[in-house]
Design a protein around this ligand. Structure first.
Ligand SMILES: Nc1ncnc2c1ncn2[C@@H]1O[C@H](COP(=O)(O)OP(=O)(O)OP(=O)(O)O)[C@@H](O)[C@H]1O
Length: 306
């Protein structure tokens, strides 16, 4: 292969890589926000109607949709203005696109502080609701609370949830290793939960159904600690919760989020054969010994989101 061929191949690969990164970023922005998902679905429906109109020769409908689509770019710019602005802000801070800037040590410290706080609140039966943002943004919900920008510390968490204080009602949201807000409101689940679970647990399950967040609940009534993930409520002892959070949040720095993540992950998954993957999943499951698992979906007709 000549140098010229190599140069052409290199350009081609770079081209594919850049387009991949742009599409991936675009899809992340859409997926990270419940509002953008709805708008994106709406646009898809309109495009589908357009295809059907062309196929059936419905000229008036087709022309109407054309006019709508022509103005669509302006409409999208107006509708997505907050998302576009935040995306450009992120591009400005290039580090956040390639690395979320949180070290493994900082995560471990945050987890230890959370465990300390939850253990103490569990003993004193102080009700608490703490949600940790994962890949899907919780900005919409942070807006409903009282904004903060503070390091997670056991003392601060306990103070926030101290009964009678102005911020004890609602949820604390953690982004990275910082408390982004307190007193946030979540849309409660519409599912029938066992009667022992009230509004706090309903809110936790609700947010876990619509985002990939991890929500810790300390019950005011029993002092029990539970976690809601993907619509499933699981009760943990503090040690189990610590293992769960370590497994979910502490990833080796070399694997931390960047634009090439999906490619690296696909390549790695491809390389691992099926049985090996099952073995790894089994070992990870064993590390988290839950006391009680309430699978809300199997109790309610088996619907499961994502
Ligand atoms: N939609 C919501 N979003 C955020 N927080 C909520 C929401 N609904 C209730 N909460 C919080 O839950 C508290 C009420 O909890 P409630 O006692 O009804 O629930 P519970 O699931 O039975 O919990 P516990 O076991 O602690 O009693 C409220 O004071 C408020 O702090």
């Amino acid at each position: 292969m000549s140098m010229q061929d190599l140069a052409v191949l290199g350009k081609l690969l770079l081209d594919i890589l850049v387009v991949w990164a742009l599409i991936y970023s675009g899809l992340r922005i859409i997926r990270n926000n419940s509002r953008t998902i709805q708008i994106f679905k709406g646009i898809l429906v309109i495009l589908l109607i357009k295809i059907v109109a062309v196929f059936l020769g419905l000229k008036a409908l087709s022309a109407l949709i054309d006019t709508f689509l022509n103005w669509g770019v302006v409409a999208v710019l107006i509708l997505f203005q907050p998302e576009i602005r935040s995306m450009l802000e992120k591009v400005g801070k290039t580090t956040t696109i390639f690395n979320n800037n949180v070290t493994e040590g900082e995560y471990v410290h945050m987890i230890n502080q959370l465990i300390e706080a939850c253990t103490a609140m569990s003993k004193t039966k102080t009700g608490a609701l703490i949600t940790i943002q994962q890949s899907q943004s919780l900005e919409d919900y942070i807006e409903t609370g009282i904004k903060m920008d503070s390091e997670v510390s056991s003392e601060l968490i306990k103070t926030i949830f101290q009964y009678g204080t102005p911020m004890h009602d609602g949820a604390v949201i953690i982004q990275g290793v910082k408390i982004a807000c307190a007193a946030a409101y979540f849309p409660p689940t519409t599912k029938d939960l066992p009667s022992k679970y009230g509004a706090r647990h309903r809110a936790a399950v609700g947010i876990s159904e619509i985002t990939d967040s991890i929500t810790i609940i300390v019950s005011e009534e029993t002092g029990n600690i539970s976690v809601a993930i993907r619509g499933q409520l699981t009760q943990y002892k503090p040690e189990g919760l610590q293992r769960l959070l370590m497994n979910k949040l502490v990833i080796p720095e070399a694997e931390s989020s960047n634009l090439l993540d999906p490619m690296i992950r696909s390549a790695r998954n491809f390389a691992l054969n099926r049985s090996k993957r099952q073995e790894i999943t089994r070992k990870e499951d064993e590390r988290v010994k839950a006391m009680e698992i309430v699978d809300l979906y199997s109790q309610n007709g088996g619907r499961r989101n994502g």
